[in-house]
Design a protein. Structure first.
Length: 367
């Protein structure tokens, strides 16, 4: 086996599809169904500036494939702000300023505190299930073996690469190990005797509401300029709402907590006066970040046969095509890096060696 990829979410599946035509690849997934965790719980939109100016190149480079494949459905975004409150957008993102009267046409019953906003036409929904499924199908067509219910246990370095053991006792070997295990990526590294990156999984809550208002299906994504909420239309009377939370959480099968659902409802009530008829559904997912909140795409600084594909935060789906192309180019040592993308920005070696226990980063005693 040339490459063994741990994790069959959007990161692992897209990279497997990119590598499959050129390498013998095995994709292993702990769950019975790929995409059970973060991929399957995404709010599912493409937002050009999401993740900040250093993530935007990956999003922009991914857009042509997503659009050409029919994975995008244009929705638009409304950014709301109070009087005197700025709305920060990533440079290059196009948006039109809106006065209070224009906001009210979109959002009847808008709370008086919201006085101005921006309309960003480019935001689009992503058909995540089809995108992920198509990556898996492309990987399989190219010869990639996909194993589910195949939880990673440990890996040991050998002269020829890696000896990998799964939780069911299966023994595998591969020249290269790719860590695309999402919230569990540091754990995979640790069990491979590779230095972890210090990844931080954070729980985000989503609720589906039925409200006393119709015509919501095509409602734009409504975003608080202060970063405290977003919601978007789902059906004629339903919408998806998040309190835009980031709750520190150990890797797990994330579930929403009642307090976070209550916070979401409270914040929604301070945006519009639409009575909530029912909380129809609630769920949570983990968004996993590196220390600088940029993805880690590249070889481990302490192990050249270990490749990181982790730390995608909440933008892993909208950046997957470009991230996979970048990862494949680095692993194969050939092929083009996506236009506008600088590989060194995402190189895991940027984190260097961690400070020894009891010392600060410069080696001085910790205070």
């Amino acid at each position: 086996m040339d490459v063994l990829i741990v994790g069959a979410g959007i990161a692992g599946a897209s990279l497997a599809a990119a590598l499959g035509p050129r390498r013998k690849v095995l994709l292993v997934e702990a769950e019975a169904q790929p995409g059970y965790h973060s991929t399957g719980r995404s709010a599912a939109f493409w937002h050009e500036g999401y993740g900040g100016p250093l993530v935007a190149p990956l999003s922009r480079a991914s857009h042509p494939l997503l659009e050409a494949g029919g994975y995008l459905r244009r929705r638009g975004a409304l950014h709301l702000a109070r009087a005197g409150e700025p709305i920060a957008l990533v440079e290059g993102c196009r948006a039109d300023p809106l006065r209070r009267e224009a906001l009210e046409r979109w959002l009847p019953g808008l709370d008086p505190q919201w006085q101005h906003g921006l309309y960003e036409a480019g935001l689009a929904d992503i058909d995540v299930a089809r995108l992920h499924g198509d990556f898996l199908a492309a990987a399989r067509r190219s010869g990639v073996e996909v194993r589910t219910d195949a939880a990673f246990k440990e890996a040991r370095r050998t002269a020829g690469g890696w000896a990998v053991t799964l939780e069911d006792g299966a023994m595998l070997s591969a020249a290269m190990l790719v860590d695309a295990a999402g919230a569990w990526a540091d754990e995979v590294a640790d069990r491979s005797r590779v230095r972890p990156l210090g990844l931080a999984p954070k729980r985000r809550t989503m609720v589906q509401l039925r409200v006393d208002r119709t015509g919501l299906k095509d409602l734009p994504l409504v975003i608080g300029g202060d970063g405290s909420f977003y919601f978007k239309g789902d059906g004629d009377q339903t919408l998806w709402l998040s309190p835009h939370d980031e709750i520190d959480c150990a890797p797990c099968d994330a579930a929403p907590e009642e307090i976070d659902v209550a916070v979401a409802l409270d914040r929604f009530a301070k945006v519009v006066d639409w009575p909530v008829l029912k909380v129809e559904r609630r769920w949570a997912g983990l968004r996993t970040f590196t220390p600088d909140r940029l993805p880690a795409l590249g070889f481990a600084g302490d192990e050249p046969a270990f490749f990181w594909c982790a730390g995608q935060g909440g933008f892993g789906i909208q950046t997957a095509p470009a991230a996979a192309a970048l990862g494949a180019a680095l692993i194969l040592g050939e092929g083009e890096v996506p236009a506008g993308v600088e590989a060194s920005v995402y190189d895991p070696a940027r984190f260097g060696a961690p400070a020894k226990a009891g010392t600060s980063g410069d080696g001085a005693p910790a205070s």
